[in-house]
Design a protein around this ligand. Structure first.
Ligand SMILES: [Zn+2]
Length: 263
C-alpha cells in the first residue's frame, strides 16, 4: 500500500499537469459513471491528505481517490493511449494524461463529505499540520504505540514501513502503551516522519538507515540496507546484531529489534 509520500508526490504531479486547466474526465465501460459530472470542467487543485487524494472541481464536485492495496496511476505526455484493461478513470488534456486502475474508491463527493474526512484524519506530516491533537490523543490511550501510529485518525499518511522504521529510529518498543510514551520521543517521531517522508518523495524510495549504520557506508543504500527492521526478520540488527523479530499487529506485519527497542 502506498504511504503518504507517494500520495503527496501524485498530488504534486497532478497539480502540475492539470491544476487550473479544463480537463477531460472519463470512466470507460461504466466503471466510473460520475465522470460526466467532472468532464470538461476546470480541475482547480489536487490535495493529498494522509492516504486520500481530493481533486477539486468546485462545490460538491470533489473527486475522492483512495488507492487501497492495489490502486495505481500511470501518467504520460502527449496523446493518451488506447483505453485498455480495468481502467477506472482517465484525466487528460491535449498535452498530459493520467490513468487510474484498481483503487478502493474513486467517486464524486460533496464538499461537506470531503471536509468531514479532513476533520476526522489526524495531522499529516507532509501538510504542515499541528501535531498537538495527535500527541493529546496518544497520551490518553493504553493501546500500543505500534497500533496508534497506523491509526489514520491519529496521524495520517503513515503506513507499515514508516511505523516500523520510525519506532526503531526512536528506539521505542512498539508494545509501549501510548500513555507511557515519553513526550520528547513523540515529538522526535513526528519530526522524523516529516523528514523521512519528504526524502522519500524526492527519491521515490523509502530509505531510513543512516549511512554510518549500514554495512556498506558509501554510496546510495543497497535495497537490503535501506531499512533497519522492515522485512528484515531473522536478520541481524545493524546496530546490535540481534535478530530482527516480526509479529502481526493491526493486521500488518510489525518488525522490531527486541534489544534496541526493549520493552
Ligand atoms: Zn538492535
Amino acid at each position: 500500500m502506498p504511504e503518504g509520500n507517494e500520495l503527496h508526490r501524485w498530488a504534486e504531479m497532478h497539480n502540475t499537469a492539470f491544476g487550473g486547466k479544463k480537463v477531460r474526465v472519463e470512466g470507460p465501460n461504466g466503471r466510473f459513471e460520475d465522470a460526466v459530472l467532472l468532464d470538461r470542467k476546470v480541475l482547480k487543485r489536487v490535495t493529498a491528505v494522509g492516504k486520500h487524494l481530493g481533486y477539486d472541481f468546485g462545490p460538491d464536485r470533489v473527486l475522492h481517490v483512495h488507492m487501497g492495496l492495489y490502486g495505481d496511476f500511470t501518467e504520460g505526455t502527449g496523446k493518451a493511449p488506447e483505453m485498455r484493461g480495468a481502467l477506472r478513470l482517465r484525466i487528460s488534456t491535449p498535452n498530459d494524461w493520467l490513468e487510474l486502475r484498481g483503487p478502493t474508491d474513486c467517486s464524486v463527493w460533496t464538499t461537506e463529505k470531503w471536509n468531514a474526512l479532513r476533520e476526522r484524519l489526524g495531522p499529516d506530516p507532509l501538510n504542515g499540520d499541528d501535531p498537538k491533537r495527535a500527541y493529546e490523543r496518544i497520551a490518553k490511550r493504553k493501546t500500543p504505540i505500534g497500533l496508534l501510529l497506523m491509526d489514520q485518525e491519529i496521524f495520517s499518511g503513515l503506513g507499515n514501513i514508516f511505523r516500523a522504521e520510525l519506532l526503531f529510529r526512536a528506539r521505542l518498543s512498539p508494545f509501549r502503551a501510548g500513555n507511557e510514551v515519553d513526550a520528547a520521543k513523540l515529538k522526535r517521531i513526528w519530526k522524523d516522519s516529516g523528514k523521512l517522508m519528504r526524502d522519500a518523495m524526492e527519491d521515490r524510495r523509502i530509505v531510513t538507515t543512516k549511512p554510518a549504520d549500514r554495512p556498506h557506508k558509501k554510496g546510495p543504500a543497497l535495497n537490503e540496507e535501506a531499512h533497519y527492521v522492515y522485512r528484515r526478520q531473522g536478520r541481524p540488527c545493524f546496530i546490535c546484531g540481534t535478530k530482527v523479530m516480526t509479529k502481526v499487529m493491526g493486521g500488518r506485519n510489525l518488525f522490531w529489534c527486541p534489544v534496541c527497542q526493549a520493552e
